[in-house]
Write a protein that binds this ligand. Structure first.
Ligand code: HPA
Length: 267
């Protein structure tokens, strides 16, 4: 199936990206600001999962950022849309097949760490994916990656250093920490967030761990940055809404875009 998808992409463009970027909620417009070379809508690609989440457009944008060749997923798919972890893995593997070697994931997440403020950026140092099924369950395709991949450094220390060095140059303060993925679509309960905190999580979201696991499995160097769009349930004094998440993401997008651009330039 993935070879058929790659053939379709190749019938439209021979662009070979070095860096794959996944844009999270509210961050999508960034894709329109790069030096674009080609756009391919997900719904044209055979058997491809199509995003239905708010703020997710659903297309690959190919182009250059600061001379670096990138493919951007403008919109991702989530478990809560009814997709399986294996379907979520599909776009990540396809971008690897296109030739990309570095995977940069972005997302909106809820802050659990008491030191975090709304609008902060958190560089992921690790994740807890225990509460979602692995995308690697099922028959393993040894040509993609090993049956039992090591997960001791999912988020590349080398890439994280580039992110931190870039942020320093730009005078942007970054947080770092552990991301926990839950299935959604409901936000968590206070008891679930208390549990997540005890387990060592600093931020919570509904997307990234599955994509990062897939990325490691298929040989990507992976990094990820969360925008803390809200304080997690029980830490926040007010109920969490999708509007709050989108509003914060939109508000912070201009700085976030600059950080991504400059970081990609420094990779
Ligand atoms: N929980 C889960 N996912 C999220 C949150 C949250 O609080 N904020 C943004 N995505």
């Amino acid at each position: 199936m993935i070879d058929k998808q790659l053939n379709y992409i190749r019938s439209k463009t021979d662009f070979v990206p070095d860096i794959a970027i996944v844009l999270g909620s509210g961050l999508g417009p960034f894709a329109e600001e790069i030096e674009m070379e080609c756009i391919i809508n997900y719904n044209e690609i055979p058997h491809f999962p199509v995003s239905t989440a708010p703020g997710h457009k659903g297309r690959f944008v190919f182009g250059k950022i600061d001379g670096k060749k990138v493919v951007i997923m403008q919109g991702r798919v989530h478990l809560y849309e009814g997709y399986s972890p294996q379907q979520i893995a599909n776009p990540i593997r396809l971008m690897r097949k296109m030739g990309a070697k570095t995977l940069m994931l972005t997302n909106a997440s809820g802050g659990i760490n008491k030191k975090f403020n709304i609008g902060d950026f958190m560089v992921l140092t690790d994740h807890i994916s225990t509460f979602v099924d692995s995308p690697l369950i099922g028959k393993n395709d040894d040509s993609i990656g090993p049956r039992f991949p090591d997960m001791s450094e999912v988020y590349s220390k080398k890439l994280n250093k580039v992110i931190f060095d870039t942020a320093k140059e730009m005078d942007i303060e970054l947080q770092s920490g552990v991301y926990i993925q839950f299935k959604g679509p409901n936000f968590e309960t206070p008891a679930e967030i208390k549990m997540a905190k005890v387990l060592g999580a600093d931020a919570v979201g509904m997307s990234t761990a599955i994509e990062a696991q897939t990325g490691v499995h298929c040989g990507f160097d992976v990094c990820a940055i969360s925008v803390i769009t809200n304080l997690a349930c029980g830490i926040s004094k007010t109920p969490i809404t999708s509007e709050e998440v989108t509003q914060t993401a939109n508000r912070i997008a201009p700085i976030f875009k600059e950080l991504i651009k400059k970081t990609v330039g420094n990779f």
